[in-house]
Design a protein around this ligand. Structure first.
Ligand code: GTP
Ligand code: MG
Length: 369
């Protein structure tokens, strides 16, 4: 059954906690501000203090927050979200940097202005969203929650080193998530590069590239010599075409927190990848147990934008507290709703912790007896 602390009950009624405690005392219950009372007692107290009670279940609170899939007719093509994975030192970061540099728009000759956890690159007028390093906190958090963030995995394998433990790990992650792989055989500029060996080694892990008669797309690249970077982008677009990625941009935004930090000057800053709808300045957003009114949106070049559509990563300013990487983000109608949802989630979290604590005590007692 539901339970609530005296403090929370008082807050919800906009009454003083001492008055609640006094009333309880009259009924013979000696309780303190942080003590928990059950829902029936809470209802009795609230009614006695002249409030009308509406019990909310999880279904009520979370209802409509993450809607059913969009009607196909409302959707439009959206950019693919791509994650680069691979073994240590095989060139993931170098490749991402090279792809981004190759795409720095004219006039922005200063180059990369800012690091955010995700960014977009444009190829032939089509956008591709990249999520930075796979070891990313968000990635593990999202994997743990079974959330699907990425549409395509680019598996980087160094041609001079071949398939290594983390290569194999990345393959199994992609397979488990049901996400298509594109193999980027990197460092082909090196004298001891042996892309043929990479291909045969991959076969042993059930990855059959096209040149060996399979259907896994592959590109030989060099992040250092900037070889075949355009080709890699084109192969990504080819793969994404097959996936027919679509989303409805004309609805309240939903997305996921890629990373979040508390910035000294700017307060909580969350990098959010919108997955459907359009996030706008002024929107009220909830993410996990945090909420806020969007004060500013910054793109991956640090420029202010008014809105972010599907697959666009943006820094979101305006959260009251710092959400967690992997938290789902949703726009809600107003502040009251945002408060209701986040307070409910905080309470759930607390109750779960309490449940776990009492559960483990129970088993300890069993062990001792
Ligand atoms: P971790 O993040 O530590 O897992 O490594 P990473 O996969 O991001 O590799 P990173 O990009 O840091 O590159 C590792 C080393 O390989 C660096 O010294 C790069 O300069 C070098 N490197 C990356 N790509 C190439 C390439 O195409 N050719 C050559 N010759 N060296 C490369
Ligand atoms: Mg790296």
């Amino acid at each position: 059954p539901e339970a609530i602390t005296i403090q929370e009950l008082a807050n919800r009624m906009a009454e003083r906690a001492v008055d609640v405690i006094r009333l309880l005392m009259k009924q013979g219950q000696m309780l303190k501000i942080n003590d928990v009372i059950d829902a029936d007692t809470a209802e009795l107290i609230a009614t006695e203090m002249g409030h009308t009670v509406k019990r909310v279940s999880e279904a009520d609170v979370e209802e409509g927050l993450f809607d059913a899939p969009d009607e196909a007719a409302d959707t439009q093509p959206r950019p693919p979200v791509v994650t680069i994975m691979g073994h240590v030192d095989h060139g993931k970061t170098s490749l991402l940097d090279a792809l981004r540099h190759a795409n720095v728009v004219a006039g922005e000759a200063g180059g990369i202005t800012q690091h955010i956890g995700a960014y977009q690159v444009e190829q032939n007028g089509q956008k591709i969203t990249f999520i930075d390093t796979p070891g990313h906190a968000a990635f593990s958090a999202m994997r743990a929650r079974g959330a699907k963030v990425t549409d395509i995995v680019v598996l980087v394998v160094a041609a001079d080193d071949g398939v290594m433990p983390q290569t194999v790990e990345a393959i199994s992650h992609a397979k488990a998530a049901g996400v298509p792989l594109i193999v980027a055989i990197n460092k082909i500029d090196k004298p001891d590069a042996n892309p043929e060996r990479v291909r045969t080694e991959l076969l042993r892990h059930e990855v059959q590239v096209e040149s060996l008669g399979g259907d896994t797309l592959e590109v030989e690249v060099s992040a250092k010599a900037k070889t075949n970077l355009d080709k890699l982008l084109e192969v990504i677009l080819l793969q994404s075409e097959v996936l027919e990625l679509r989303a409805n941009p004309d609805r309240a935004a939903e997305g996921i927190v890629i990373e979040a930090k508390l910035d000294k000057g700017r307060g909580p800053v969350a990098t959010v990848l919108v997955d459907r709808g359009t996030l706008k300045v002024g929107d009220i957003v909830v993410a996990g147990s945090e909420w806020g009114r969007v004060r500013a949106l910054l793109d991956d070049h640090g420029a202010n934008v008014n809105a972010a559509g599907p697959a666009m990563p943006v820094e979101v300013l305006g959260f009251q507290g710092t959400p967690d990487a992997g938290d789902r983000v949703a726009v809600v109608e107003n502040e009251a709703r945002a408060r209701e949802i986040t307070e409910y989630r905080i309470r759930q979290k607390r109750e779960n912790v309490a449940k776990r604590a009492s559960g483990s005590r129970g088993s300890l007692e069993q062990m001792m007896s």
